[in-house]
Design a protein around this ligand. Structure first.
Ligand code: PMP
Length: 455
């Protein structure tokens, strides 16, 4: 039975607090206390919100945000259809919280091969909502108030706010460009860590280093020597390594992706992060994983079980089938992990040619599906905005999408506040695109070049 109550509690409290009894229970009632948790201070800005909107509004060709515009492989989408419409209705229900058993099993088998060590699918592998959640679990589980976390610049932009949200302090160390002397195009391999500078960042306060190889945005694939240097410092200072390897299969020109966890002394202190989004060209599925020792993963499981708890069963089932196929075809020419980098290398080369042809000097990436280009020769194209403190690469990227219809991302967005002003002459393109998209980008660039030469 519905009883007609007296004045509501809300009404009562407002009247009492107003003293005069004038207040009504209105929606405009304000809270006097700050609503925002302190841990969010200073991390509310996000490049993607602004640039994704700009691209959606103005771009004819979007080479900004990193996702393929070509379809995911048939074997993967067919696996999803089978999971969806097949007889197993339990695939529509919860599965194991730390990873659907078929997926953790096949990931363990796969990584046993890659790392040359036995893995327990239940304790050495955990499935996450994309690599993003894997990163979030790592920082929440392993970083404490006052801990320092070393981040190599340029870096995937969420590392910094995630470290800060965990109460840690990011410490940045840049890859320094060494342009080749022979006038050749620069390669991502020409961006290197200064060994002494890197060593100077390690201290008693250092809890972890974030390594991202192949690196977004540069496409750098760290060499064995560079990884050896990082590993040596980690072991010497008893530091953990959060190894973001989401682009592990996207490596070109016969280069090899080396897993830092396979170096001496590193397995026990490394968490490897992967993504089905990048691995199978299905970024919208948001299936990721971590592989590592139980002594680290057990803490990640605590964060996972108290945050998302569980990832979509059906997507995990389809990704598991994708990996089963790849396990069978491992190293063979039909393997997607062999075919995809081949196709992407060609796309990379097309974009390199297009950009080089118009004087937007590309830095040839050894891996990933990103390419950074030097825009220093285009300063006269972009109108000066007096008194603007917006960096040149931001102004250029906004101007380019509005006036030429081509979307990219400014490189300085991948740097800390302290260092971003040193890297404002570059922008990042994504080349995981259909041939037609890359051709359309080339047309825009060629037309632009003609306009420049005729003016
Ligand atoms: N790490 C890096 C380096 C990335 O580039 C991305 C996606 N752009 C992620 C992690 C997140 O991957 P996911 O989409 O699987 O969450």
């Amino acid at each position: 039975m519905l009883r007609r109550a007296g004045p509501s509690l809300c009404h009562f409290l407002l009247e009492r607090n107003s003293g005069a009894g004038r207040s009504s229970c209105s929606r405009e009632a304000k809270m006097s206390r700050p609503v925002q948790a302190r841990r969010l201070e200073g991390i509310d800005k996000n490049i993607w919100v602004e640039f994704v909107k700009l691209a959606a509004t103005y771009s004819k060709v979007n080479l900004g945000q990193g996702f393929p515009d070509f379809p995911a492989p048939d074997f993967l989408t067919e696996a999803l259809s089978r999971a969806l419409g097949g007889g197993n209705h339990m695939l529509h229900q919860y599965t194991r919280a730390f990873g659907h058993p078929p997926l953790v099993k096949v990931l363990a088998q796969f990584f046993e091969k890659l790392l040359g060590r036995d893995l327990d699918p239940m304790t050495n592998v955990m499935v996450t909502v994309g690599a993003y959640q894997a990163l979030f679990c790592c920082f929440q589980a392993l970083v404490d108030e006052g801990d320092e976390v070393i981040i190599i610049e340029p870096f995937f932009d969420c590392y910094e706010p995630m470290v800060k949200m965990a109460g840690g302090t990011p410490v940045f160390v840049p890859l320094r460009p060494n342009p080749p002397k022979d006038g050749k195009l620069m390669s991502s391999a020409d961006w290197q860590l200064d060994a002494a500078e890197l060593a100077s960042k390690f201290s008693e306060r250092t809890k972890a280093i974030v390594l991202n190889s192949p690196n977004n945005p540069l496409g750098k694939v760290f060499s064995r020597g560079e990884l050896g240097l990082i590993a040596e410092l980690c072991v010497k200072h008893d530091v953990l390594c959060i190894s973001d390897e989401v682009y592990e299969w996207l490596v070109y020109d016969g280069k090899q992706h080396i897993r830092i966890a396979s170096l001496e002394g590193m397995w026990e202190r490394t968490v490897i992060i992967g993504s089905a989004g990048k691995t199978f060209s299905a970024t919208g599925w948001k299936v990721g994983w971590v592989v590592g020792p139980d002594r680290l993963l057990k803490h990640l499981r605590t964060v996972h079980q108290n945050s998302v708890y569980h990832c979509a069963t059906i997507a995990q089932e389809a990704v598991a089938q994708g990996f089963q196929r790849e396990l069978m075809l491992y190293g063979k020419p039909e393997s997607y992990f062999v075919q995809l980098p081949k196709e992407l290398q060609q796309k990379r080369d097309w974009l390199v040619q297009s950009l080089d042809g118009v004087g937007m000097k590309p830095i040839i990436p050894e891996g990933t599906y990103f390419l950074v280009a030097d825009i220093s020769q285009f300063k006269s194209d972009v109108p000066d905005v007096p008194d603007s403190d917006e960096p040149y690469d931001y102004r250029f990227t906004k101007w380019m999408v509005k006036n030429k219809g081509l979307a990219a991302i400014p490189l300085s967005a991948f740097y800390s506040e302290a260092h971003k002003n040193n890297y404002t002459n570059f922008i990042r393109f994504c080349f995981a695109k259909e041939e037609a998209t890359l051709k359309a980008a080339n047309d825009i660039l060629q037309k632009w070049k003609q306009e420049k030469t005729s003016s």
